[in-house]
Design a protein around this ligand. Structure first.
Ligand code: PLP
Length: 390
């Protein structure tokens, strides 16, 4: 079976984890700082905060951006539900800015309209869908003009580069960027996430709310008299200064992720080469085309999505997925538009919030793309699609 995506682990990764298991600290040890530093250096951001998942990263970032009761978060309808759920975790509300069909990323024009309709917006979360960077300059300009913070959902985009060549995560056009290290993403930690930022005040807050709201960065204590005795710090003393969460990551996970970071560029290079081969092979298909044909050199190529005109071939998407499966080939749909998920429908959202996303969803299918996909396997996928889709 060829899955649509899969992680790649080698002996070095396994040894890195075993090393931690035979050491003294399983969590809250040195691997977390080392991994944070590796990612901050790689993307060119001042600060990085590692957390237990990409979802936790989005939740904390939304909270730090001021999303909450009466303060909205606006994101793309074509994303994993976690991008929108971050608002609900904070007690805030959600808005959607429809996609640009040419990129499948948030459309700046749609964002302008959504923000005009929702002056209560505290944060905008563009999603670099499939690893293709959004038009951050336009999105940031529109969001800032309305006083909203910008949080990049870069769960697909570690290793991607913006149009100006700066790495995604450098936060040159945003306040914070969130990554995920779920195994299907660019690098694997088992589970894990990261927030990068250049803003030291946001960084200090993120560190605090990652761990129960307890002050750990020797910020001023609120009861300094309890913290000190005769000029000597009281060794037991700490303060919980606001309600935070337990979203810490472990040293075991960070050791794996740190080892994987060394291979990130080769992972991305292989994904880009495979994507170009698919692009070339599909050029003469009548009813199938790549969903994101532009920016192959910039994209992290987390997934390879094709758009199939199912009406024209007289088959449903289910038919095509089952036929692929019968030939040992996995496929997936990224994503069902968030506004039509039952939980969001119950909040009053629906297809009319995102017509472009609905048209995309009607045709989308993700086909196998991962580092270990061989040329021969890719040829099998192409042949199968030629037979099934015509
Ligand atoms: C995977 C993903 C997330 C959530 O990351 P987890 O690490 O699984 O919590 C958020 N947004 C997008 C776009 C994702 O693909």
């Amino acid at each position: 079976m060829i899955p649509y995506g899969r992680h790649h682990l080698d002996a070095e990764d396994i040894a890195a984890v075993v090393d931690i298991l035979s050491g003294k600290q399983l969590t809250q040890g040195p691997m977390i700082d080392a991994f944070e530093e590796a990612v901050a250096t790689y993307v060119g951001a001042r600060h990085a905060v590692a957390v237990s998942s990409g979802t936790a990263a989005l939740h904390l970032a939304a909270m730090a951006a001021g999303v909450g009761p009466g303060r909205r978060l606006v994101t793309s309808p074509i994303t994993f539900v976690a991008s929108a759920n971050a608002a609900l975790y904070c007690g805030g509300s959600v808005g959607f800015a429809d996609i640009d069909p040419a990129t499948v990323n948030m459309s700046p024009e749609a964002l302008e309209q959504t923000l005009a309709a929702h002056p209560d917006t505290a944060a905008v979360i563009p999603v670099h869908f499939g690893g293709l960077p959004c038009d951050m300059e336009a999105i940031a300009r529109i969001a800032r003009a309305r006083g909203a913070m910008v949080i990049e959902d870069a769960a697909h985009a570690l290793g991607a580069r913006q149009g100006d060549g700066t790495p995604v995560g450098s936060c040159t056009q945003s306040d914070m960027t969130c990554f995920s290290f779920h195994p299907v993403k660019a690098i694997a930690a088992g589970e894990g996430g990261m927030i990068t930022t250049n803003d030291t005040a946001l960084y200090r807050r993120l560190i605090r709310i990652r761990s129960h709201g307890i002050n750990k960065l020797d910020d001023p204590f609120q009861a300094p008299e309890a913290a000190v005795e005769n000029g000597q710090p009281n060794p037991w003393y700490y303060e919980m200064q606001e309600l935070g969460y337990h979203y810490r990551i472990t040293d075991i996970q960070c050791a794996l992720a740190l080892s994987q970071m060394k291979k990130l560029d080769s992972f991305i290079a292989r994904r880009r080469a495979l994507a170009r081969s698919y692009d070339a092979a599909f050029a003469d298909f009548a009813h199938l085309r790549p969903a994101q044909p532009e920016g192959r050199d910039q994209s992290g190529l987390h997934i390879y999505v094709v758009r199939i005109d199912f009406a024209a071939i007289g088959k449903t998407r289910g038919d095509v997925m089952r036929a692929l499966r019968a030939r040992g080939i996995g496929s997936q749909v990224h994503y069902i538009p968030v506004p039509i998920q039952p939980h969001y429908a119950a909040l009053g959202f629906g297809p009319s919030d995102c017509p472009a996303a609905m048209a995309y969803y009607d045709q989308a299918l993700s086909i196998p793309l991962f580092y270990d996909l061989t040329d021969a396997q890719q040829a099998e996928v192409i042949t199968a699609l030629r037979d099934i889709v015509g």
